[in-house]
Design a protein around this ligand. Structure first.
Ligand SMILES: Nc1nc2c(ncn2[C@@H]2O[C@H](COP(=O)(O)OP(=O)(O)OP(=O)(O)O)[C@@H](O)[C@H]2O)c(=O)[nH]1
Ligand SMILES: [Mg+2]
Length: 264
């Protein structure tokens, strides 16, 4: 499937709140074996955000995720009779089957390079990030934020205890480091749910790709370290749900990659 978009659609003005989001926006979803959730997630996003691009950056899933995305994209095209209908090119699959470096961060960077939209939101493919909260992120970007971080509420323990403690410790360590570097408190700098202004992040990716931990999980942390001091970073808070289906791809090596990235 062609991974580049044609010109983004212009949506008709409408009273629905989500139509405020008739902006140039893309939702980026890195996936690895998310066949159990991807169709429902796509349906929910398309319903909530007519006109927003969705890019699935998949690292050669073996469970049929890519096929499900292709089928979903085809069904949208079939539903959209008119050539100008926003739904026609709604969902794009970025199949990274031959990518030299596989990994969550590498996938998100690839998708960002190709998104061609003014704003983007990155979210997981397993429904742990509430699709409805992307609206708040996009609104804040429209209002002038450069980056909006979706922060998990660590008072809720809805992960296995070991993962919970690891997440809290890592987030607090990363937060302390960013506080020193950026002079700003960012509650959840390791979040996988965040949005940004594409023109702010692309130059960083182009100039400093080597400083990203491409096989790692913490693309937001890498970005926050590298963005210029004047970048306007805002935060929202959301309820981080337990993974409803499928299995975690998080491995101890991702924690080690994160520790290595702290030393860069
Ligand atoms: N493209 C790509 N996506 C990945 C890779 N590893 C994980 N993902 C996706 O990145 C997102 C986050 O991975 P998860 O396994 O949910 O990680 P997590 O949310 O920290 O862990 P859980 O709480 O156990 O779900 C999901 O959409 C995964 O499918 C990878 O190597 N490449
Ligand atoms: Mg998850």
């Amino acid at each position: 499937m062609d991974s580049r978009f044609t010109k983004p659609p212009v949506l008709p003005a409408d009273d629905r709140e989500e139509q405020v989001l008739a902006v140039q926006a893309a939702i980026i979803i890195p996936t690895l074996n998310e066949a159990q959730s991807i169709r429902a997630l796509l349906s929910s996003l398309v319903e909530l955000y007519p006109g927003i691009r969705i890019i699935i950056a998949d690292d050669a899933s073996s469970d049929g995720t890519q096929q499900l995305v292709r089928e979903f994209a085809i069904s949208l095209k079939a539903d959209a009779a008119e050539p100008g209908d926003a739904r026609r090119d709604h969902v794009k699959l970025l199949a990274r089957n031959d990518a030299l470096v596989k990994g969550l961060t590498a996938s998100v960077l690839d998708a960002l390079r190709q998104c061609e939209t003014e704003y983007f939101v990155v979210m997981d493919g397993d429904f742990q990030h509430p699709p409805a909260c992307a609206a708040q992120i996009l609104r804040m970007l429209q209002e002038g934020a450069d980056i909006v971080v979706g922060c998990r509420d660590f008072r809720e323990i809805n992960q296995p205890l070991f993962r919970y403690l690891l997440s809290c410790t890592a987030a607090s360590l990363a937060g302390t480091i960013l506080k020193i570097w950026r002079q700003q408190t960012i509650k959840d700098p390791l979040s996988g749910f965040f949005g940004g202004r594409t023109c702010v992040v692309l130059p960083i990716i182009q100039a400093k790709e080597k400083l990203f931990e491409l096989r790692g999980y913490k693309v937001l942390f890498d970005l926050l370290r590298l963005l210029p001091a004047e970048t306007r970073i805002e935060q929202i808070f959301y309820d981080f749900g337990a993974r409803p289906s499928g299995s975690s791809k998080f491995k101890l090596r991702h924690a080690l990659l994160f520790l290595r990235s702290l030393l860069r």
